[in-house]
Design a protein around this ligand. Structure first.
Ligand SMILES: Cc1ncc(COP(=O)(O)O)c(C=O)c1O
Length: 391
């Protein structure tokens, strides 16, 4: 990787030390240019006319996203965020009373809230699978539960929002397939840092967001739905883009993943996300994943060396999401003081991954999430600053 070029492409790195990539990464220049060029044309020539002009490149969004996860273009839907993508898949599944949903202990709050709503609404049963001591979902425990009857859905988060765990999504996929369960993967934090391959993962649905590790603009994301599901799964809501009103009494749903989209969308953002994915594909996702792991390890080691700091991450393999706490200063306060020094972090709160945080007795943690464009020097400056703040 040509780090000099990557950082020149990322002018934000001149202003801040950005360790909030799990919140939203700094966009590279080509993404910013795509979004602003597109908006400028809307401003000067009209929204529909601009969409006509950019028709070809807007369409490339689907092939770029498909290439990223080894899917087919017609299995991709553009969404405004990961939650909408996940919701579209989840709420479209025809759950019946007694259907079981198997999930992990690090499930994201929005997903778990949806499980609880479905429990109230349809009478599904939510079973939380045990984790290994290292934090990942325990595949043996998952198989034991899959062997029991009525499992409709296995729904897990690949990389939790609150730490380094990387769930064994390929292993989970093999089991879900063996026992004929649907498999929904929340890849919100992994898309852009991990080499996702839906053929290896064998998921039926995968949700992703644009602004985090993909380095796209805010308000963008996508949903993958595998072809088999496209034949049968009716989206929970429809409009004149996802379906065609053929006769007074009938409509026909389109047969690609766009059946999960709505007609209206932020097209400047869609173009921006497409360019962001192209940029990433140009770098090579394997090199990105190697560098993210390397920098995250460096960050954890630097933090561990600071008296009074406890690194909280679990995981046999660890993601770019690093979390820690101090015995003396609150996470919010640390974030605030770092921000004053132009260093961006965020705070992981208990209610966002409630089960895991309760079990590990963590209320809040500082989250310092690295991306490939961060540097060793930034980590050093960050840890030195943190040390001085704690004195
Ligand atoms: C694991 C995980 N899933 C889902 C989401 C929701 O993503 P979005 O805000 O794009 O809807 C997040 C956001 O932080 C997340 O960390």
């Amino acid at each position: 990787m040509n780090l000099y070029k990557l950082r020149a492409d990322t002018p934000g790195t001149k202003n801040v030390i950005h360790f909030n990539n799990a919140g939203a990464s700094l966009m590279p220049a080509p993404v910013y240019k795509a979004v602003t060029d597109y908006l400028y044309d809307e401003y000067m020539f009209g929204g529909y006319e601009t969409a006509d002009k950019y028709k070809k490149v807007l369409n490339e969004f689907y092939s770029n996203a498909a290439m990223l996860i080894h899917a087919k273009s017609d299995e991709i839907a553009f969404m405004e965020n990961a939650t909408s993508a996940w919701d579209m898949a989840f709420y479209s599944i025809p759950f019946r009373k007694g259907d079981r949903i198997l999930t992990s202990k690090v499930e994201y709050a929005s997903n778990f809230i949806a499980f609880l709503q479905m429990q109230k609404r349809a009478g599904v049963v939510v079973d939380i699978i045990e984790s290994l001591p290292s934090g990942e979902i325990d595949s043996d425990a998952l198989e034991t539960e899959l062997k029991k009857r009525n499992v409709k859905l296995v729904s897990i988060t690949h990389m939790p929002t609150n730490g380094g765990v990387v769930n064994p999504v390929e292993e989970v996929g093999k089991l879900a397939e063996k026992y004929n369960a649907l498999y929904l993967l929340d890849a919100c934090q992994s898309a852009g840092q991990y080499p996702l391959d839906v053929n290896k993962i064998r998921c039926h649905f995968l949700s992703a967001t644009g602004r985090k590790y993909l380095r796209g603009p805010r308000g963008t994301g996508f949903l993958y739905v595998n072809r088999q599901q496209l034949k049968t799964l009716e989206p929970v809501t429809l409009d004149l883009h996802s379906a065609e009103w053929k006769h007074k009494e009938s409509y026909e749903i389109r047969n690609d993943a766009k059946r999960f989209e709505k007609w209206e969308a932020g097209l400047a953002g869609k173009y921006g996300l497409s360019v962001a994915i192209q940029y990433l594909l140009g770098l090579g996702i394997e090199s990105v994943w190697d560098r993210v792991q390397y920098l995250a390890e460096l960050m954890r080691n630097a933090l561990q060396a600071i008296p009074g700091i406890e690194v909280l991450d679990q995981g046999k393999i660890k993601s770019g999401i690093v979390t820690f706490r101090s015995g003396s200063i609150s996470a919010e306060e640390i974030k605030k003081r770092l921000r004053e020094k132009a260093m961006n972090t965020s705070v992981a709160v208990r209610s966002h991954t409630l089960i895991d945080m309760e079990e590990r007795k963590i209320d809040t943690a500082v989250r310092a999430s690295v991306h490939y464009y961060n540097t060793e020097e930034e980590i050093e400056t960050f840890s030195e600053t943190l040390m001085s703040l704690l004195k």
